[in-house]
Design a protein around this ligand. Structure first.
Ligand SMILES: [Zn+2]
Length: 442
């Protein structure tokens, strides 16, 4: 084979080969202080120490990032692209926040040109923050999903998205019908699912804004297209949970409103899950469904503290990824999201180690999205979406984290923790998509 399709990166490498919630960190963390990652056609061919690999690839171009840390791109398992411009909306909790801020904002996304403009800003922001894959809500209008998919496709990004389905308890200008949502979603799946790197998620906003008939048709879509996703919200706020009880008296709790429609399965991702019952955690575990833990949003809207230790229990393990949930979330940065996840755990007298948090942001997110065969770490054959992290991106971080790069896992854990607590978009020096530079901090 000619070496022309090969290239390599030299830096320190950090990724995960197992789940540090269940395996010792020495077995789940892969750390190579002076590593070489060889890529072929945008995919990982080999990762090893520089010394071991340099002689086997004498002639290939090597991009070196001395003193920097290369990690897999971050994975955001729950975010709303139409809410990019209304981040940081003051004063309300979930239901009032939706009607006061979100619904008027999402109305604008019927205009495709506007949706295109916001999709572009949104994707720039993701890449700048080191996020290379996200599970994304569009608005109710098919045009909004079209605009997003077009923008993501142009950048060759692995993105999952869907048009919102909502047929009640929302303003007239924002509702579809069960039949129109079914037909529109079907057309979008046919057009975009598996086009390039794109994937589709059937996306009812949440149980209160969907009739039973609409949820039933969402389930029908999942049957007709077994490898599309289901993406929605669950048990975020106590008033919301009480409202769902009123709206669905025949259901046995919030999750059951989805379960009765056939929406609880592998490839189903439920954002929040703060007020889930033990039985609901157990059901999610059995169904191999996932939860998107969105700490900045949960704190911002005063929704509550997610029970990470229950989701990651040995008896009923539930797949968990991190979600920014912008615009209720307050940052596009998965580092800042991990920061708040750590504090949520602290308030519950739990610990979230830096490696556990970074696992959630990478391989854990990939597992939550059933994409662990494709992205999430640097195993051979994975798509080479990765980021270059700067441990010394501000004067204070440079003071705290002296050169050179740590040799030991213990020292690395300490510096990785500082990246989580102090780092943000400034800590992302570069973002690569399929081995190609997509963002450079300069
Ligand atoms: Zn959300």
């Amino acid at each position: 084979m000619s070496n022309q399709s090969l290239k390599a990166f030299r830096a320190a490498f950090l990724d995960f080969v197992a789940d540090p919630f269940y395996q010792p960190e020495a077995e789940s963390v892969r750390y190579i202080p002076d590593g070489l990652m060889v890529l072929e056609n945008g995919k990982v061919k080999e990762l090893g120490t520089y010394d071991a690999l340099k002689e086997r690839y004498p002639d290939i171009p090597v991009m070196a990032y001395p003193g920097q840390l290369i990690m897999p791109g971050f994975i955001d398992t729950h975010i709303h692209f139409p809410q990019t411009g209304m981040i940081a909306a003051y004063g309300e909790q979930l239901l009032e926040w939706l009607s006061q801020y979100v619904f008027p904002t999402e109305r604008k996304f019927k205009d495709k040109a506007y949706a295109q403009e916001v999709a572009s800003v949104f994707l720039d922001e993701l890449l700048k923050n080191g996020t290379t894959t996200a599970l994304v809500f569009a608005a109710v209008f098919p045009e909004s999903a079209e605009a997003f998919f077009e923008a993501a496709d142009r950048r060759n990004l692995r993105m999952i998205a869907g048009k919102v389905m909502m047929d009640r308890n929302a303003p007239d200008f924002l509702v579809d019908t069960p039949e129109s949502s079914y037909q529109d979603t079907r057309a979008l799946i046919e057009k975009w699912h598996k086009k390039g790197r794109l994937l589709y998620a059937v996306t009812p906003r949440f149980a209160p804004t969907s009739s039973q008939e609409q949820l039933r048709l969402a389930g029908k879509l999942l049957q007709e297209y077994p490898d599309v996703y289901l993406h929605t919200h669950i048990s975020e706020n106590p008033n919301e949970v009480a409202w769902v009880k009123e709206l669905f008296p025949e259901c046995n709790g919030y999750l059951d409103t989805y379960d009765q429609a056939g929406l609880v399965k592998e490839r189903s991702v439920f954002a929040h899950g703060i007020h889930l019952t033990d039985a609901e955690f157990q059901r999610l575990s059995e169904a191999q469904a996932a939860i998107a833990f969105c700490p900045t949003s949960n704190l911002f809207l005063g929704s509550g503290l997610f029970k990470i230790e229950q989701a990651k229990s040995v008896e009923y393990p539930v797949k968990v990824g991190l979600g920014t949930d912008v615009g209720a979330g307050t940052s596009f940065s998965l580092l800042q999201t991990a920061n708040e996840a750590y504090k949520v755990a602290q308030l519950r007298r739990q610990k979230l180690s830096p490696f556990q948090a970074l696992f959630l942001a990478t391989l854990g997110g990939a597992k939550a999205l059933c994409l662990e065969e494709t992205i999430g770490n640097f195993d051979p054959g994975k798509e080479a979406d990765f980021i270059v992290l700067d441990r010394r991106s501000t004067p204070l971080m440079a003071f705290r984290n002296p050169d050179p790069i740590p040799e030991s896992l213990e020292e690395l854990a300490d510096q990785a923790f500082s990246l989580i607590i102090m780092g943000d978009d400034r800590a992302v020096k570069a973002t690569y998509i399929m081995g190609e530079l997509a963002y450079d901090r300069g």
